[in-house]
Design a protein around this ligand. Sequence first.
Ligand SMILES: Nc1ncnc2c1ncn2[C@@H]1O[C@H](COP(=O)(O)OP(=O)(O)OP(=O)(O)O)[C@@H](O)[C@H]1O
Length: 277
Amino acid sequence: MNAKIRIRGLTKTFATGATRVQALAGIDLDVQDNEFITFVGASGCGKSTLLRAIGGLEYVDSGSLSASGREVAGPGADRAMVFQHYSLYPWLSVMENIRWCRRLAVHTRDRTLADVEAASGRADALLQLMGLGHARDAYPNQLSGGMQQRVAIARALMPKPEILLMDEPFGALDAQTREVMHDLIRHVHKVEKTTIVFVTHDVEEAIYLGNRIVLMAPRPGRIAQIYDVPLPDARRQDMKHGQDFLALKKEILARIRETSGMKTDFDLLEQLNQPAG
Ligand SMILES: Nc1ncnc2c1ncn2[C@@H]1O[C@H](COP(=O)(O)OP(=O)(O)OP(=O)(O)O)[C@@H](O)[C@H]1O
């Protein structure tokens, strides 16, 4: 079976003056169609750089990268991105924001009245899917952060991308809103059957959302391990307290600590409690 995203030997170095940072080194990864895969790892391990490369927003130095069966040479209509900051157009209503992409040249495929009707049906369906029915005529500044992010996701889904790339999309939201968004995005994944690649620094979020987790490590940015998530497709919040979930969370957190070389308060406390000598 052909992978939806296929990455082989990908490398990327950033050079700023005399400083060189190897953000990605020898990345090999296959993401299958309709997978929900999460990238997690210590700060600076290259998660966003890898996501941006898949989105065609970052040049790479060497290696190969294909998405939806084509070599990635830049952004494309098969891939949509959602970032932490919603970047909605403040002068457009919720519905106008969602329909925005239809105005872009790349999506001028509404040739007949039937096309136009299909597009407005799609926008209405996304409005309902994202729980935005009551907010269709509101403007972004009238919405909470969670609602704005729902609009940004609906807008990204409008052209039916095959791949949805999400870079810490819920990073700015409070804990309760994040939980609601987690269940919503799992539902979107089930209904839309989009392949989702999701970057986060939150291990619990990575496990709850992903079918697989790519653990990355820094200096140089690389894949340290890939985990299968031992949870059924239908997720429930109470699964976060299950033994398998907690064991995986503990293991990943330990690996992140190991790879980042950073001491946590917990490590320092353990050191202090060690008998001298
Ligand atoms: N445009 C850039 N110019 C120079 N260095 C960069 C640039 N973008 C990223 N880097 C460096 O590349 C490395 C990987 O960065 P990246 O943002 O991909 O990591 P990350 O895992 O997403 O980090 P975080 O979790 O902190 O967002 C870091 O050392 C970062 O400082």
